[in-house]
Design a protein around this ligand. Structure first.
Ligand code: SF4
Length: 694
């Protein structure tokens, strides 16, 4: 695809990169995309875009696309190209054989936050109805699963509370563990607009991010905390507010559970949460923290935005609950300009969680152990559903190594590159008897696969994505699937081959089924999406056009709950052997493991991952810019190029993971969030030394 020529027609669809969910008009000549133009009607982007959505769509017709199904009996054999029918029968027969030999729970599947809601819904249905177990999980496991857990536990709903536009009414803004100008650029621009109008800004991040250095933006407080100390920091913020009597007493009395608040109040009042005591843990200057807490508490409207720097920790869920505590404490919930706002990484992280991909929850976060809720799905699907939660992704890897988990269907996710501790993941994948990979490229995971089902890009299918503000946007097909089938059709074929009949003619029928079974989606239909352009859930009889701001009068649980969030240091510690802490992130021009953006012209802007290191740490090791560096951790070793920068604080180094050869996840650890198993990507103790070559 190249940007040239005059369009013959245009089709409005949704960007397949980040969780902002920008709408684009694909200008078409026949089935060729001439250019992507940000849509002025897009309710998340209002005609704006970034370099990914605007220019990085050529991967869809890249020569690396695999368009023919392939199979092989062993992973050391070459691939054999076959018809769709043969590939599906091959996969079904392998999965049935595994279940006969090892039992029904020996197989499972992983859904993708890059696929549509309808495709994700079908995969979890396939697993529950055709596989007969709850061994379904999503790549959101490794990014925002703590958001789902933490917000449900405190506010009663696993979702952010605001629209993006709401930031224009915020007077004080805290950005924690997020880099919006690189990772969520269109929202980053909106944020800068509000900051240029004078909103106050607090950034809590181990690294200096561009937002704080933007022209005409004043950074009021940068709190450069040590990686792994988020919970100590958020508790100290709450402690100051309580200690100085800055809490919103009316809001707490009217909207929050009294007993839970009293218990939490006694917990947070303790002097171990004081800024001075916390400074020893976090490295944040006590006075700066005190000023930041006052600024947040005294603002008319104060909003918190956070990213993976919050969730990807062993205390990710505690930190999300700590953020919710802070918002409840100050009454910053339930109106515009405030709230708890997770910035979702991939385009459909929110949707993949909403659609029941988790092993313990059916669509709409309906728990599998609830007889009444399970019965509703059983009646509709005409199957029996297990009442016990199934395996999470890391449990699947462990069970594969133990020899009890033998078959995996992995749709649109490169787990061999994206999941932590690569050696462990590779060992797990290598022990499977049947790995089915469905992707647009022969990715790293496919090296361990027995069946490869060619996937379809977002340009080749109809469906919906749900962005970080719960906005359901339409994805519209602009070209015929290169492999002949869209992903949802391949999933349906596999289900039919396994003996569980699925017969949808169009993704709109899948959405109709979702609406019947999911109370927060009961008012959603493709017809309404055509009329309204987009819908923010909950959309039902009470909220027929959707819900821009959550928790205005009530929480889904009646009154909100404060959660006790005791700080527990991660077991991943720096020591003499591994004296630096490595943290990871993203860059503007690339996207996640880079499978898409590396196959576009964006590659020219960032063709390799580098290691950012503070001048002091570099000097100690005799490192100069451009040196090759060996990075060693307790999990593995890799090599990166040095970039010396004062963005970093001494003792902390940083890299991105957009290129498979950089192997950032070879060094990351097995540590994970206590509640959800979200990996602790953000803290790895490493040693860094000059090496002569890669
Ligand atoms: Fe796509 Fe996100 Fe960029 Fe919007 S901000 S164009 S959704 S990558």
């Amino acid at each position: 695809i190249i940007e040239q020529g005059q369009p013959e027609h245009k089709v409005t669809t949704t960007c397949a990169y980040c969780g902002v969910g920008c709408s684009f008009d694909a200008h078409m000549q026949g089935e060729k995309v001439v250019r992507m133009v940000p849509s002025k009607d897009g309710q998340a982007n209002h005609g704006h875009s970034c370099v990914k959505g605007r220019f990085a769509f050529g991967y869809a017709t890249h020569q690396d696309r695999i368009t023919t199904p392939m199979v092989r009996d062993h992973i050391d054999q070459p691939w054999r190209e076959v018809s769709w029918e043969e590939a599906i029968q091959f996969a079904a027969s392998k999965l049935k054989g595994i279940q006969q030999k090892y039992g029904k729970d020996s197989i499972g599947g992983i859904t993708s936050s890059r696929c549509t809601n309808e495709e994700t819904y079908l995969v979890q249905k396939l697993i529950r109805a055709a596989f007969g177990n709850n061994n379904t999980d999503t790549c959101a496991r490794v990014c925002h699963s703590p958001t789902g857990f933490g917000l449900k536990a405190t506010l009663g709903e696993s979702a952010g509370t605001q629209t993006f536009d709401s930031v224009m009414k915020a007077d004080a803004i805290i950005v924690i563990g997020a880099n919006p100008t690189d990772a969520h650029p269109v929202f980053g621009s909106l944020l800068k607009k509000r900051l240029r109008q004078g909103a106050k800004l607090i950034i809590a991040d181990p690294r200096k991010i561009d937002l704080g250095k933007s022209p005409h933006v004043h950074l009021d407080h940068h709190l450069p905390l040590r990686p792994g100390t988020n919970v100590a920091f958020i508790n100290a913020m709450a402690h100051v507010i309580v200690d100085e009597g800055l809490e919103d007493k009316d809001f707490i009395a009217q909207r929050c559970q009294t007993d839970a608040y009293q218990q939490w109040y006694n917990f947070i009042k303790d002097s171990r949460h004081s800024p001075e005591r916390t400074a020893e843990i976090t490295g944040i200057d006590a006075n700066e923290l005190r000023l930041a807490a006052r600024l947040y508490a005294n603002a008319n409207n104060a909003a918190i935005y956070y990213g993976l720097g919050v969730t990807e920790h062993s205390q990710g869920s505690s930190m999300v609950m700590g953020i919710a505590n802070l918002a409840l404490l100050t009454g910053n919930i339930g109106r515009e300009g405030v709230g708890v706002n997770p910035l979702r990484g991939q385009n459909n992280v929110q949707g993949s969680c909403d659609m029941g991909s988790f092993p313990h929850e059916l669509p709409g976060y309906q728990h599998v152990s609830n007889d009444l809720l399970r019965d509703k799905f059983e009646q509709h699907w005409q199957v029996t559903i297990d009442s016990e939660p199934g395996l999470r992704i890391p449990n699947m890897f462990d069970a594969a190594i133990d020899g009890t988990f033998k078959g995996l269907y992995c749709q649109g996710e490169d787990i061999a590159q994206s999941d932590p501790n690569t050696h462990h993941v590779q060992a797990a994948l290598g022990s499977l008897e049947c790995l089915i990979v469905q992707d647009i490229f022969l990715n790293e995971t496919a090296k361990f696969a027995h069946v490869f089902l060619p996937g379809s890009s977002f340009l080749e299918k109809d469906g919906t994505f749900t962005n970080a503000e719960r906005r359901i946007n339409r994805v519209r097909k602009v070209m015929t699937p290169l492999a002949g089938l869209a992903d949802w059709q391949a999933t349906m074929a596999l289900s039919n081959a396994l003996g569980y009949e699925m017969n949808y003619q169009h993704p709109s029928e899948i959405m109709d089924e979702i609406a019947q079974l999911t109370p927060t989606f009961s008012g959603v239909s493709y017809e309404k999406l055509e009329q309204q352009t987009s819908i923010q859930w909950p959309c039902n009889d009470e909220n027929p056009i959707g819900t821009p701001t959550m928790h205005v009068d009530n929480f889904p649980i009646g009154k909100a709950t404060f959660a006790i969030t005791e700080y527990v240091a991660t077991s991943e510690r720096a020591n003499r052997k591994f004296p630096l802490l490595l943290t990871t992130g993203r860059i503007l021009s690339q996207y996640n493991v880079g499978a898409q953006t590396r196959r576009t012209d964006n590659q020219a802007w960032h063709d390799k991952d580098v290691l950012e290191i503070h001048p002091h740490d570099a000097q100690e090791r005799g490192i100069v810019d451009g040196d090759w560096l060996g990075i060693n951790s307790r999990s593995g070793d890799t090599v990166l190029i040095a970039k010396i920068t004062e963005r970093m604080q001494p003792g902390v180094v940083y890299t991105t993971f957009h290129h498979p050869e950089s192997g950032a996840n070879v060094v990351t650890t097995d540590n994970s969030d206590w509640a959800t198993n979200c990996p602790e990507y953000k803290v790895t103790a490493v040693q860094v030394n000059k090496v002569s070559s890669p």
